[in-house]
Design a protein around this ligand. Structure first.
Ligand code: NAD
Length: 362
């Protein structure tokens, strides 16, 4: 069956990095994979062309595709727009419209880049963690929420701000299943992170994870409080295989974990719905400071295509073909400027794309 992919380059370096990922898809296509790609505008580009950061045509395209490849959105020229028109709103809306509830963020460090991490090379070299973050629930969406006037500690009226941490069993169950399925394809170890010693919401989270665990007897499950997890991630991150956690804890821990791996230009991500339809994007933003200079690192976006092959299309061979090509390029000492070190060959964004394509064909 033809794989329908919506390609949404977005703003800043988005078009440059996405063009390199498209080259990789073209290699797969030339080798016989039935792929149909169609481009749409999102973010600032959507506002510029259609007055909307998520134009109706783009949403339609995304909904009718099997997977979405996204570059990045945003730029200083859009910062003064009203909130609903800002590029980031387009991104939030597309995630919600596609019901992408499971966010997969690998924290992976290629041994060749161990020196670019702020942690000691022996602590991070060969690091390979997958963080599965719930993306559509928790305190970010729970009701009631707001700011209102109530009696303060001294009894006098004052403003209070409040949010609700809330998870239903079914929300926990579906994200837990995604995490267990991933653990089955990796090291078969899953660590569920919450704060069950203090929060009822976490207590329920733990109970449901334990129930789902019965469906996966081969997976070794552990539970960790989020404060300890934050500590363990910098102390000995290689103890983790797959981590599953709620929206707010995952937001913080996945950013922390991304820093273990040195460069923001290396890390892909996936956001999946119930049927493994997914949106794939680098974790970084639109990098306006280097946009249009052909020097951004396209590897995070190229590795997002590998994730797309693995998680939406179940094509492990193509995923590994792309990942092996990236490893080969790094092993040869080919680097964009953000990961360049003395003695390596410096290449442009398009030069890196060409190097990965050449390695895939080798
Ligand atoms: P950023 O990730 O765009 O950039 C941070 C720093 O990392 C910059 O110095 C940039 O040059 C560098 N960088 C990022 N990606 C790189 C790459 N592939 N290769 C080499 N260097 C790279 O974050 P920011 O500067 O805080 O935000 C810039 C814009 O991006 C803002 O408008 C922000 O809202 C938006 N943003 C979008 C997303 C997204 O689309 N998912 C995520 C974060 C930020």
């Amino acid at each position: 069956m033809t794989k329908k992919i919506a390609v949404l380059p977005g703003d800043g370096i988005g078009p440059e990095i996405v063009a390199q990922a498209v080259k990789v898809l073209e290699v797969l296509k030339a080798d016989g994979m039935a792929i149909e790609m169609a481009e749409g505008a999102i973010g600032g580009a959507g506002y510029d062309t259609a007055g909307d950061p998520l134009p109706a045509a783009t949403l339609e395209l995304a909904k009718s595709s099997d997977a979405v490849l996204l570059g990045a959105v945003g730029g200083p020229q859009y910062d003064k727009l009203e909130r609903p028109l800002r590029p980031e709103r387009g991104l939030l809306r597309i995630r919600k419209e596609l019901n992408l509830f499971a966010n997969l963020r690998p924290a992976l460090l290629y041994p060749e880049l161990a020196d670019s991490s702020s942690l000691k090379p022996e602590v991070v070299s060969g690091l390979d963690i997958m963080i599965v973050r719930e993306l559509t629930g928790d305190v970010y969406f729970g009701e009631p929420r707001g700011i209102e006037v109530r009696p303060g500690v001294d009894g006098k009226p004052e403003r209070v701000g409040f949010n609700t941490m809330l998870y239903s069993e079914s929300e926990v169950r579906r994200v837990a299943r995604v995490a267990f399925d991933i653990a089955m394809k990796r090291g078969k170890r899953l660590c569920s992170v919450e704060k069950a010693n203090v929060l009822e919401c976490s207590e329920l989270w733990r109970e449901v994870v334990l129930e789902v665990a019965k469906e996966y007897p081969e997976v070794e499950v552990s539970h960790m409080y989020v404060d300890n997890a934050a500590m363990q991630l910098v102390k000995w991150p290689k103890q983790f295989d797959v981590i599953v956690t709620g929206n707010i804890f995952g937001d913080i821990l996945s950013d922390q974990a991304s820093m273990l791996s040195g460069s923001i230009g290396m890390l892909p991500s996936a956001s999946l719905d119930e049927n493994n339809k997914g949106m794939y994007e680098p974790i970084h933003g639109s990098a306006p400071d280097i946009a249009g200079q052909d020097k951004a690192n396209p590897l995070a976006t190229i590795l997002s295509v590998a994730m797309m092959m693995r998680y939406t299309f179940g094509d492990e061979a193509s995923a590994q073909r792309i990942e092996t090509a990236v490893k080969a390029v790094l092993a040869k000492g080919i680097r964009t400027v953000d990961i360049w070190t003395e003695g390596c060959e410096k290449v442009s964004c398009s030069g890196m794309g060409d190097a990965v394509v050449a390695a895939m064909k080798a």
